[in-house]
Design a protein around this ligand. Structure first.
Ligand SMILES: Cc1ncc(COP(=O)(O)O)c(C=O)c1O
Length: 384
């Protein structure tokens, strides 16, 4: 059976050139980057070169980039680190959106339990935050606003620049989770006007287990991982040089403009085919401001009830790897908080497929995915 991978938003395959670059470091340059001898100095040199490459990719300075274990850690660091620094000055309020990744939502919930005021701004039916809602929520005590650049389930791109203007007016810091957008669309820290930003290597054909946080010079943030002076005292622990080199190589290999154009075309052709073939489909996400590679569709439950779990499993049995966006908690499928925040009813939210395309996706694969979906739905109807 042909296997088709359409879950690039969950993770991407490692680019063989990245593997090659890392393999050399694993084998030849295994020194500890904090050691003063020649092995250490060699490792330090490639680590700093990697940092520089990643920094320049997002328009930052290299001393504003700190390696983490991935996007989740970068998000946790931004939220908790800024909130703890803000608390000292009596700034006890943060703003997030209802469609943030759990890596932002959960630390924010945790801080709320400890007494922090957390405002969660809504989104419209396309998953877009209205900057006016941020304006309404912001107070003199707001230390941080955290709004993702692009949503991982529906691909909607948020108005970060407008939100940045509001944050600046009120002296609040702005963090953006750019895990899904970096490498897919242009991301520049100064154009976006962010103070902190999270990135992850495995979403852009790099290795799993490494990411970075951008912290604008002068930003007040408390260090969370202590025990060493690494990463300029911001994140203790022996630096993961091979993965940092792989991350930088992955960044170097991104050709955003060409790939975004190709994926947008593939996505659009695919969307049209799906809509020709199936009734009662709705697209989740903004019709224009969306990532080039994510297409999330739901079957409208009021017109055609579909068992979402069986749908995803059926696709998997047909060799097509997709996701629903819903979380499986204690054995039952929970509708996605993103789709619910966008106003979808529970049943429709559960009957969702997120297709996410990538570098190896072809039109032929997408044609097969349409056929697979037809087969799966037919089987589900006849088994009823
Ligand atoms: C928007 C977003 N933020 C954060 C993360 C977490 O990143 P990581 O897997 O590197 O911890 C993900 C991963 O799915 C994501 O999509």
């Amino acid at each position: 059976m042909r296997r088709i991978y359409l879950d690039y938003s969950a993770t991407t395959p490692l680019d063989p050139r990245v593997l090659e670059a890392m393999s050399f470091i694993f084998k030849e340059q295994y020194g500890n980057a904090s050691s003063v001898h020649s092995f250490g100095r060699e490792a330090r040199k490639v680590l700093e070169e990697s940092r520089e490459r990643i920094a320049s990719f997002i328009g930052a300075r290299s001393d504003e980039i700190f390696f983490t274990s991935g996007g989740t850690e970068a998000d946790n660091y931004a939220i908790k680190g800024v909130a703890l620094a803000g608390k000292k000055k009596g700034n006890n309020h943060i703003i997030i959106s209802a469609i943030e990744h759990h890596a932002v939502l959960h630390p924010a919930e945790h801080l709320r339990e400890e007494g922090l005021n957390v405002d969660v701004v809504p989104v419209d039916s396309s998953g877009m935050v209205d900057p006016a809602d941020i304006q309404k929520a912001i107070t003199p005590e707001t230390c941080l606003i955290s709004i993702m650049h692009a949503n991982n389930e529906v691909g909607t791109i948020e108005p970060i620049r407008e939100i940045s203007a509001i944050a600046k007016q009120h002296g609040a810091l702005l963090h953006s989770d750019t895990v899904q957008s970096v490498g897919k669309i242009p991301v520049d820290v100064n154009e976006l006007g962010v103070d902190l930003l999270s990135i992850s290597a495995h979403k852009l054909y790099g290795p799993k287990g490494i990411g970075a946080i951008y912290i604008r010079k002068g930003t007040e943030i408390k260090t969370l991982i202590e025990g060493g002076a690494q990463e300029s005292n911001r994140r203790a622990g022996t630096e993961n040089v091979p993965l940092a080199v792989g991350f930088a190589k992955a960044v170097e290999l991104c050709s955003i403009e060409d790939e975004a154009k190709r994926l947008n075309q593939l996505r659009e052709t695919f969307r049209v085919k799906l809509f020709k073939k199936f009734n009662h489909l709705v697209v989740n996400g903004h019709p224009k401001a969306h990532l080039p590679h994510i297409l999330s569709v739901s079957f409208d439950s009021t017109a055609m009830p579909v068992d979402g779990e069986a749908l995803i499993m059926g696709m998997d049995l047909r060799g097509v790897a997709v996701t629903s966006g819903s979380a499986c908690t204690s054995g039952s499928l929970q509708p996605s908080h993103v789709l619910l925040a966008m106003g979808r009813d529970e049943k429709t939210a559960k009957a969702t497929i997120r297709f996410s395309l990538g570098r190896l996706t072809t039109e032929d694969e997408l044609n097969d995915a349409v056929e697979a979906l037809e087969d799966v739905l037919t089987k589900m109807q006849t088994n009823k």
